[in-house]
Design a protein around this ligand. Sequence first.
Ligand code: HAM
Length: 512
Amino acid sequence: MSEGAAKKEEKPRKFQAIRGTRDLLPPETTLWNHVEQTAHEVFATFGFGEIRVPIFERTDLFARAVGGETDIVSKEMYTFVDRSEKLEPDPTIGSMNVFFQKVRELYKSGEIPPEDQDEIALKLAEDQWKKVDNLLSGMSKSENAGTDIYTLVLLYDALRLGTRVSLRPEATASVCRVYIEHGMQQLPQPVKLYYMGPMFRRERPQKGRYRQFYQIGAEVLGGSDAPAIDAEVIEMVMMFFDRLELQGVQLDINSIGCRECRPKYVELLRAELLKVKDQLGPDSQRRIETNPLRVLDSKLESEQGIIAKLPRIADHLCEDCATHYSAVKHQLEMRGVIYRENWRLVRGLDYYMRTTFEITAQGLGSQNAVCGGGRYDGLVELLGGPPTKGIGFAIGEDRLILSLQESGKAPAQQGRDVYIAWMGERAHATAIRAAKDLRKAGFSVELPPVEQKFGKALGQADKLGAKYALILGDNEVSEGLWTLKTLADGSQAKYTEPDLLEHLRKQKALKL
Ligand code: HAM
């Protein structure tokens, strides 16, 4: 290897954020905090309490709730096996038998929740182990001992030695688990909860679509499916967007029926789609079998004319669903919430029934949904809880922020209030005390750690966007009169310590 090549190799690797993840930096984080603070305030006025749930849960919780066939569960989850501590450390050659026995026991007791392929994988590994054991003890011979041992290693690696867990792709499933686990049906109903935090989906990243993204969501769980609940949840999210002055907000609503009427509609849709199958693209052709409703979601230009002629679910709702849907619309009108009916609005998660809605905003390109939600009666029951009604939404916070930024709502760089320019040891001590007092009073203060010439200090104060420079030199300290320079106009005045604080307080109150 040449010397040059060796040097190149030595160079430390440059780390970068993983594809689809982002670093959120100041000053943008100020806007994130503002959005989140507004959510806390608005949601509290509707009586919602904050809930914080784990970032990962058992994979089968999401599979059961969101649906095993959905894109989210079948393709996009970050899943790993959380190995049982009882199976640590790795077995030695001599303890393989005992190890297999232990794995079997853990599957049986449910401590490692059993899955379909486990039995086969365990049997294959055990058989291979017997073969290798015979080889090693000299009871049999093989031309390919190396291959036999390597096969055993591969089969061992394929064993599932713990519970499968996934990074949460959404939080509705977790909130329902919490409702059951904490016996929340005993609380006054409905229970109104909201959450905010990162979610993970292994999607193809693009503007507004990330693999780690943030949601602000809310859920209402309880015994009632009164249409006023649907309308109030929607009113709340619209009020939140209004407070943030989000531009170009468009609310689309639909009803996708219930267990009674939807299957009949889906069959009708499938039959109609089969008639025009040849004119559809490969994705939609596949969906005729797997999930015909998702064909309505298609953005393919060539399919739009065909989709427009398909039967609409609103014409096929059962009486209860139709009544519920028209009451939701009436309730929205009573609240002055402007909506558009969109019969093609089907959502990509299996748990929805009746009311579904989506909100779009401006400046987002193709990923323009800032909020999605709907009713999911029966989900709690599906997860092993009591019969419960539910409705909620989740806002894509990344997209919300993008839209706010596009419409000029970016926060100004957060400058310091006061930069303390000090020179000399005595002045340093005074500067430290002044910084403490000013910070206690709520001012943002920059206190340089080492002495600087005044000229340099003022330049630095300017760069940091400070409003004032507090100048502390020998003179100021011995006189007890501190010089305050207003950086915008260069004016200067002297104050005693208490007067200075008073002056700054007044200026702040006047927002100067
Ligand atoms: P969702 O429609 O899958 O619903 O997600 C809600 C919102 O999260 C989307 O409208 C979008 O703004 C944002 N979002 C989703 N995926 C990404 C991504 N990869 N990058 C950036 N933003 C994204 C749910 O998650 C349901 N749990 C909502 C719900 C709550 N329904 C009832 N309760």
